[in-house]
Design a protein around this ligand. Structure first.
Ligand code: SF4
Length: 382
């Protein structure tokens, strides 16, 4: 049986496998292709949820790199399991979550529920409220990694989701598929609230219908009173996504969004933590876009000291975006960031299991949570 080459004895085999899978991607058999996956949409995408060694992670499958990954799967059994191969040899068994039951339903006016919201990982209902963005239509402002317009163009979603539609879908997803939290994100509208108003309206309707924990994600609004309004509307956790730490990287990768300087994000984080609490405010940092290990860790240290959870995820090159050919970070790079970051979060008492809702709680887009609370200086290779 082949063994994964674990270059550093401080990592367990599981931590290494999760990081390798997210970096290299997975070639899947034809049958496994029918399991739910994310293609297009806001932020990181082109993934499929895969459970391996008890952890569910999102693994790239639709990307160019995944087509030549050393990882592949065989035939999927009726119970959703399939052998995981590394260079053709079996190394583990993986599980694909079944198609959610709520995907079979439609609204009274004929819109399929899956076009309104999607299952992420195992228990998260996620939706992009506004599937358009002021920055997306122009190559001088567009975030280079984003595919928010692609799923709309392909007819896999609708342009705007109303609070009523969302409440209906969330109630069904809770009842039929045991969804336990909701992620609301949005393309950035041309209004100074940066989408906070539509997020508040949607959160209110979903909370009334389901009482589920909700994370809202937007750019920092002009008026930080929006944080109080979001909380009052039922939002439990807030994400404001820097995406990269170094200003030069930010300007190169997302020229429009980088017009909002990191210093303004830091002000917004401080104000939001006062409202939502330590660890209930988070940010995405995409590793592999140019930030060094040291730069990411120094940024994370600063963010944690403000009470912000830095959700560091490996960049996934998405088909149809300007960065489709950009390589993902190596597993070595990811573990060099995630191992010390996991220890920092553990020490700060801000681990993912303390987050009420959203990406930091779900954790499927990064192996970060596997490095939290782990005795990272010892190796079990288990
Ligand atoms: S971490 Fe966020 S984007 Fe990734 S699967 Fe979970 S909810 Fe979706």
């Amino acid at each position: 049986m082949p063994t994964l080459d674990i270059p550093n004895a401080q990592f367990s085999k599981k931590q290494w496998l999760l990081s390798e899978l997210q970096s290299a991607g997975l070639r899947i058999g034809a049958a496994a292709r029918t399991a739910p996956s994310r293609s297009g949409g806001a932020g990181p995408t082109d993934h499929k949820a895969v459970t391996v060694h008890g952890s569910t992670i999102m693994v790239p499958i639709h990307t160019r790199g995944a087509a030549s990954s050393p990882f592949s799967t065989g035939e999927i059994a009726e119970n959703g399991s399939a052998p995981l191969f590394y260079e053709g040899e079996t190394i583990a068994t993986v599980q694909f979550p079944p198609e959610p039951k709520f995907y079979a339903l439609s609204t009274a006016d004929g819109i399929p529920y899956w076009k309104i919201a999607q299952l992420h990982s195992e228990r998260v209902l996620a939706t992009t409220l506004l599937q358009t963005c002021i920055r997306y239509g122009n190559s001088t402002t567009r975030c280079q990694f984003c595919a928010i317009g692609e799923s709309l163009k392909a007819g896999r979603t609708i342009k705007e989701k109303s609070p009523t539609q969302l409440a209906e879908v969330a109630a069904a997803a809770k009842r039929l598929d045991r969804i336990d939290n909701v992620v609301l994100t949005t393309g950035t509208p041309p209004t100074p609230d940066r989408g906070a108003a539509v997020l508040a309206a949607a959160a209110y309707a979903i909370k009334q219908a389901t009482h589920l924990p909700i994370q809202a994600q937007c750019e920092p609004p002009d008026d930080f009173q929006w944080f109080v309004k979001l909380l009052a509307s039922g939002v439990d956790s807030l994400g404001m996504h820097l995406e990269a730490w170094d200003e030069q990287v930010r300007h190169r990768i997302m020229p429009g969004k980088a017009e909002v300087p990191t210093s303004y994000y830091l002000e917004a984080f401080s104000a939001a933590v006062k409202v939502f609490g330590r660890g209930q405010v988070s940010t995405y940092l995409l590793a592999g876009l140019g930030d060094s290990v040291d730069s990411l860790l120094s940024g994370c240290r600063q963010l944690i000291s403000l009470g912000v959870y830095p959700f560091v995820v490996p960049f996934v090159p998405v088909t149809g975006t300007p960065l489709a050919g950009h390589p993902p970070p190596s597993a070595e790079f990811m573990t060099a960031v995630l191992a010390p970051l996991g220890a920092m979060l553990t020490e700060a008492g801000m681990t993912s299991d303390t987050v009420k809702a959203g990406c930091a709680k779900c954790g499927a887009c990064s192996s970060l949570s596997s490095f939290e609370k782990s005795p990272s200086t010892t190796c079990s290779h288990a």
